[in-house]
Design a protein around this ligand. Sequence first.
Ligand code: GDP
Length: 349
Amino acid sequence: MGAPDLEELVEGVTAGRRAAVARAITLVESTRDDHRRQARELLRRLPAPEVPAVRVGISGVPGVGKSTFIEALGTLLTAQGHRVGVLAVDPSSTRTGGSVLGDKTRMGRLAADEHAYVRPSPTAGTLGGVARATQQAMLVLEAAGYDVVLVETVGVGQSEVTVAGMVDTFCFLTLARTGDQLQGIKKGILELADVIAVNKADGDREAEASSAARELSGALRLVHHLDARDGAPWVPSVLTCSALEERGVEEVWAQVLAHREHLGRDGLRSKRAVQQLEFTWALVRDELARRLTASPGVARVRGEVRDAVLAGAMPATEAADLLLAAYDETPRAAPGDAAGAPGPEAPAS
Ligand code: GDP
């Protein structure tokens, strides 16, 4: 993509043209080096919105009703005059190529809404890579005038933490569980969540959902009491909703806005700043891991080290030191220099 193309892309995204938004997101999802450079340049040129967009994470186990909820919420918001972007971070798609979040035809109504943009999750790369793509896609959407961005993720391990690290407010959807089942909800998620909703509170499950919400609310008070840091802590409320019948969804949104209000303008700014710093290091770690894997020096010794460790002939600590030394020395060691002495920036000749 040449410079005039990039200019056209900036213009198209800023004007909110869907085709340009789609192309821009494809660009930021690409892992090719030249694309990465172009993506950086694109993001530099895209204007930030005057009012920060509302970034919301939506998490929960497969089947809890995330898509149904996002469709209901998104439709509600576009009817109120918002422009809604939907992104997904789906670790399963990065591992298997198949997606737990599924193809986004599930959000058919929202996808067809001219005030909404639903992007299927990127299907390749590490979680770090997907996070990088999603962060940048978020900026593209915001530059295109989407004032609400919903990031969907499956309630599986690290992806929740990743998404919580890129949104202003993190919503956790759950199903009616009480007593022992409550233990099944990881404490970690209760600490991450800013808003919690017990979904499928409809039909004969309504009463069950309400009592589950009360119980969860009690459990939360404990978590947040122990965790209360500075000032008045935000204790998430536990609501009930039916995404299918579109009841309670507006109340969940009201809590998202209340959380935003609680953060305040400065709080939001500093939360985002800290997120950026953490993300910076996540990107560095990701890149280092990639370089480690690609390092010729490591490749040279890895088989040997592996065999020695498996045979019980080398302790892990020593093996790790050896691999790291092989990594450190690679770029500076001149070919044929068996000792791999880390000399001054010797040109590889
Ligand atoms: P996801 O995997 O979390 O995205 O879940 P989906 O949105 O695909 O929903 C999974 C199933 O639960 C679908 O059959 C939905 O129709 C159903 N579902 C979602 N929300 C509700 C709800 O509020 N009440 C009921 N009864 N079913 C729901």
